[in-house]
Structures are given as structure tokens and as C-alpha cells.
Design a protein around this ligand. Structure first.
Ligand code: ADP
Ligand code: ASP
Ligand code: MG
Length: 439
């Protein structure tokens, strides 16, 4: 039995948190591979070390004095080292980092030092071997991730180790240039390690007791999901439930390794098990609810649109030519609506409208901004009648106007579009009807 354990930023934000993580690791001898994030927030107004590094490097790039900022980062680590009563010194490391910042070694290099240094401390505290992710996580020259080489390098290096710490979030090109994944990317490293060592389980330790049915910042004390499938999780992650980086799913899914989301502050809780498939019936009709803000809808209206062959293609082509990806396209007899991300659309708005006019000569084009999309996801929906009806009635009850509803053909999710101002209330209303009242 082999387990890979990844600890998120808040789980390693202070010496106290490090002690909790170490207790968890030592409690189970099969927890052999540890992937740490950089120290996160200790309290809500605190700054993550990764953000401190980005800002410090920003000063270096602008030729400003960054000594003080780098010193503040060093202090964060020194407090952890002192709190753990370790005798290691990061003096030399910080000297090198300072020099490299001066030489403008790159934004990714800068950010990666957060996990690198935390890994050094974690290895010293546990008495585990430290393996630099730059040696085992490989990126191509165009900065895309090289999964094959990574798996080969990792498998060869890790299988000869019994107890190793591999920092999350970054890797390197063949020439040693450091590259990071996108934010939250330590989850991906954990997944890659699990794949390379053929782990039985990938435990992802964070600050919540699993994947919760709804965002805890919107719904008070939401219940945790016991078991969720990769497919359901992907739908929820894509729509903004940010517990686990969405790309962290692919490597382990391929190998059939389950992920267990656990709470470092409540190790007695079982958390959420993420699996390929399960015969376990979910407790509620739905598995989870997630949503994202910041969409625009473009409604194109033309009488007899339905009988005009190629109409939809011509409209969609305008978006393609402007490199705008489309989220949803509900349509009526004489109307077609396209949902897109506001931040991408905004700057190309006039070009797109002109393009549509030219392509299909519509009677009318209507824009609506400040929309939010909410996904109601659940493998149990397929077997239950009336789910869409319940969604509508709960939102109507909460005086929320539904702008769009779209049921995926897999019957795994239903997407609802609402106004930005109704976003949070809509999520609360949906949670209420499916979880609290459970009718
Ligand atoms: P870590 O630093 O451990 O990687 P993250 O901040 O990336 O942790 O992810 C955990 C956070 O995700 C939680 O603290 C919570 O605020 C947020 N979150 C958003 N949606 C959900 C959800 N559905 N279930 C659990 N947590 C959620
Ligand atoms: N430290 C990085 C971030 O803040 C990566 C991670 O935490 O997974 O995004
Ligand atoms: Mg995270």
C-alpha cells in the first residue's frame, strides 16, 4: 500500500499547521510521498507566499529595490523553522534567490520558490528525502507540460525512494528553465506523483472536510459530498468549485487511482472520495452545485431563422474568427443565444456584432451582460423525474428570474443562467430545495 499526500497552502501556513501535517503523515506508514504547496494564508487578510513572490519579482523587474519584500518572505519561512525547532538555515537559498531575481530569472522561477523552500523545510522536519520537482516534472520548450517524460523521470527517481518530499506547482524544461502550472497547480503535481508510483490513494489535504455540496463562502456550513465521480467533479470544477485544480483529475483517472479530499484541521473527518465509478447512490438527487459569474449573452433574432440552412454555423464562425470560446448556445425558433465570458468578449464586442450583421443579416441583436451560470450536477438526476421543475420552482420562489436553462445530454448536469445580482441567492435557493428540504 502506497499513498501520496498533498498539503495545500493553508495546511502549511505556519509551524502549527506543519505539525498537524506531520502528525497526519506519521500516523500512517503508507503515506510515503509528500507534495507540499507554498505557505498560504494564516488568517483571512494574510497574503499567500506565492503572491508575495510575484509581487517581489515584479519590483525586481521594474528595477526597484526588492530587499525588504524578499526579507518579509524569508521571515515567513524563518518563523516556521523556529516554530518547528529545526536547525536548518535558508540563508544561502535566499542569497541565490535574491541574485536570480536581480538577473530576472523569470516570473515562474520566482513563484516556484514558494513550494521549493517549503519542501526543504518539510523534508528536514520529516526526515524524508527532498526531490526537486525541476528534476522530475518536465515541460516542453513551448512551456506546455510533457506528460510522458515526466512520468518516466518520476517513476525512475521515486521508485528508488522510501519517503520523499516533492514540491508542488513547478517543473522545468530540459535546459533547467523553471515553469509553473497555473495557480493551484500543486494538486496536479500530487496527481503526477500518484500516477508515477502507482499509488493506491492520492490524499489531498486542505482546509475543508471534503468537496462540499456548495461553495462554503456562499452557503453556510454546506454538507460534504461523500463520494463523487471524476465526471461530476469535472463539471463542478469547471463551473468554479475550486477545491481541486481541474487538470489534477486526468493523470489519476487514467490509472484508476481514487482521490480523497481531507481536512488537515479535522483529520477525523472522512472527507470526499473521488472515483471513476460507483454503485453508491448519492444521498440527494444532486451531488453538487457550482457557479461562475461574469458572462454575457448575445441573442441573435431573425424571422424564419430555423429554415435558413447554415445560420448557426455562420454565427458561431464569427466567434471562432475572433477567438472567443462559447459556453452555451440555447436557441428558439427565431432566436439563438450565445453565452461567452465577459472579459474575453468585451474588447472584441463591436467586431463580433458587425461580423454577425454581415454573416446573417439578423433583425435584431440583443446583448445582456452581468450574467452568472450555475451548474446543478448529479449522477442521480438521470433516474429522478422533475429535477428541472424543482429548479424552476425553487428559483421562482426566491423571486429569481431564470435567463436560461440548459440540460446536458448526459443528464449529469443542468445549467441555469441568472443575473449577477441573483447569483448567490440562486445557489442558496437550490441548496435549500435539494439538500435542506430534500423533497
Ligand atoms: P488548498 O490551499 O488546500 O489547495 P484551496 O483554497 O485551493 O485549498 O481550496 C479549498 C477552498 O476551496 C476552500 O477553503 C473553499 O473556500 C473553496 N471552495 C469553493 N467551492 C468549494 C466546494 N464546493 N467545496 C469545498 N470547498 C470549496
Ligand atoms: N502556491 C501556488 C498557488 O498559490 C500553487 C498551489 O498552492 O497549489 O497557486
Ligand atoms: Mg488549491
Amino acid at each position: 500500500m502506497k499513498k501520496v499526500v498533498k498539503f495545500g497552502g493553508s495546511s502549511l501556513a505556519s509551524a502549527e499547521q506543519f505539525k498537524k501535517a506531520a502528525r497526519i503523515i506519521r500516523a500512517d506508514k503508507t503515506r510515503l510521498y509528500v507534495v507540499p504547496s507554498a505557505p498560504g494564508k494564516r488568517f483571512s487578510s494574510d497574503t499567500k507566499v506565492t503572491d508575495m513572490l510575484y509581487s517581489c519579482y515584479g519590483a525586481a523587474i521594474r528595477e526597484k529595490n526588492f530587499t525588504e519584500q524578499l526579507h518579509a518572505i524569508k521571515t515567513r519561512y524563518q518563523e516556521i523553522i523556529d516554530g518547528l525547532k529545526l536547525s536548518i538555515s535558508l540563508e544561502k537559498e535566499f542569497q541565490i534567490i535574491g541574485e536570480n531575481f536581480g538577473k530576472k530569472a523569470g516570473r515562474d522561477y520566482a513563484a516556484s520558490r514558494g513550494e521549493y523552500l517549503n519542501g526543504k523545510i518539510m523534508a528536514a522536519y520529516l526526515g524524508f528525502e527532498f526531490i526537486d520537482a525541476a528534476e522530475v516534472v518536465r515541460f516542453h520548450e513551448d512551456r506546455t507540460f510533457d506528460d510522458e517524460t515526466t512520468n518516466e523521470l518520476m517513476a525512475a527517481r521515486l521508485n528508488e525512494s522510501t519517503g520523499a518530499v516533492i514540491p508542488g506547482f513547478y517543473g522545468a524544461m530540459e535546459d533547467g528553465t523553471i515553469v509553473t502550472f497555473s495557480r493551484g497547480g500543486s494538486d496536479i503535481t500530487g496527481s503526477l506523483v500518484a500516477l508515477a508510483v502507482h499509488a493506491d490513494l492520492y490524499e489531498n489535504w486542505t482546509d475543508v472536510s471534503g468537496f462540499l455540496i456548495a461553495d462554503p463562502r456562499i452557503v453556510q456550513n454546506p454538507k460534504a459530498i461523500e463520494t463523487i465521480t471524476y465526471k461530476e467533479l469535472r463539471e463542478l470544477s469547471y463551473m468554479g468549485a475550486s477545491v481541486l485544480h481541474e487538470d489534477a483529475i486526468f493523470p489519476v483517472r487514467k490509472a484508476g487511482i481514487p482521490i480523497n479530499i481531507r481536512n488537515t484541521n479535522k483529520p477525523e473527518d472522512k472527507g470526499t472520495l473521488i472515483v471513476e465509478g460507483t454503485c453508491r447512490q448519492p444521498k440527494y438527487t444532486i451531488t453538487g452545485i457550482a457557479g461562475t459569474d461574469g458572462f454575457v449573452s448575445i441573442t441573435v433574432e431573425k424571422a424564419m431563422m430555423n429554415s435558413e440552412v447554415g445560420f448557426c454555423r455562420k454565427v458561431l464562425q464569427v466567434f471562432e474568427e475572433n477567438e472567443i470560446s462559447i459556453e452555451h448556445t440555447p436557441s428558439g425558433i427565431d432566436t439563438m443565444t450565445i453565452f461567452v465570458h465577459k472579459d474575453v468578449f468585451e474588447e472584441k464586442e463591436q467586431q463580433v456584432i458587425a461580423g454577425i450583421h454581415k454573416a446573417v443579416h439578423p433583425d435584431h441583436i440583443d446583448l445582456e451582460s452581468d450574467l452568472a451560470l450555475i451548474a446543478v450536477v448529479g449522477r442521480g438526476m438521470k433516474a429522478t423525474r422533475g429535477t428541472a421543475g424543482r429548479i424552476f420552482s425553487s428559483l421562482a420562489h426566491a423571486h429569481i428570474n431564470v435567463k436560461m436553462i440548459d440540460q446536458g445530454s448526459s443528464e449529469l448536469n443542468i445549467i441555469v443562467g441568472v443575473r449577477h445580482d441573483d447569483f448567490k441567492n440562486a445557489i442558496r435557493a437550490l441548496y435549500e430545495i435539494f439538500v435542506e428540504t430534500r423533497i
